[in-house]
Ligand binder design. Structure first.
Ligand SMILES: [Fe+2]
Ligand SMILES: [Fe+2]
Length: 169
């Protein structure tokens, strides 16, 4: 299903995340395109601080409250997403505490990839099928409002940023 504009910026975030996951997987597989372990970790942590963490914040503060109470599947997906986010935060903190444990980074990369695909293929698809046009419009406005405040000017969906989602208000 074509992604609704309310979810397009979150989907763009997922593309950034999946690029990080691919770098981690390449490192794990010894692919010639991989950067070394230090650079892969450094790039991932820079991504996490600039985009990953705030993406989770938006999903929890903006997306999930719009999903809950509409449909049992969306309620249960929301619980699963929250639990996985908490696990990601713990894993990133653990990796920061011991950056030499590259296997932990490999595991996290795989889990983040699964999470993004679950959100894209299951959560977002169900959201678009279940929410009314008015509810999707309200979600869209809330996402834009969040990004105007919480995203730097060069970030996806920020004012003056690279989003192609432009909503007249
Ligand atoms: Fe998420
Ligand atoms: Fe996400």
């Amino acid at each position: 299903m074509k992604r609704h504009p309310a979810l397009q910026d979150l989907s763009r975030d997922h593309q950034l995340l999946l690029l990080q996951c691919r770098q981690i997987r390449w490192l794990q597989e010894g692919d010639h395109r991989a950067h070394d372990a230090d650079a892969t970790l450094r790039n991932f942590l820079a991504y996490w601080e600039a985009d990953g963490r705030v993406h989770i914040e938006e999903e929890e503060a903006v997306l999930l409250p719009h999903l809950r109470g509409n449909d049992e599947r969306l309620d249960s997906y929301s619980d699963a997403v929250i639990a996985e986010h908490a696990m990601f935060m713990r894993e990133v903190a653990g990796i920061c505490a011991d950056p030499t444990d590259v296997h932990r980074l490999y595991a996290l990369g795989g889990l983040l990839e699964q999470h993004a695909r679950f959100e894209e293929r299951i959560v977002f698809e169900t959201t678009q099928a279940v929410l009314s046009a008015a509810d999707l419009d309200a979600l869209w406005s809330a996402s834009i409002a969040f990004r105007e405040v919480r995203r730097g000017a060069d970030r996806i969906g920020a004012r003056g940023g690279s989003s192609c989602v432009v909503k007249k208000r």
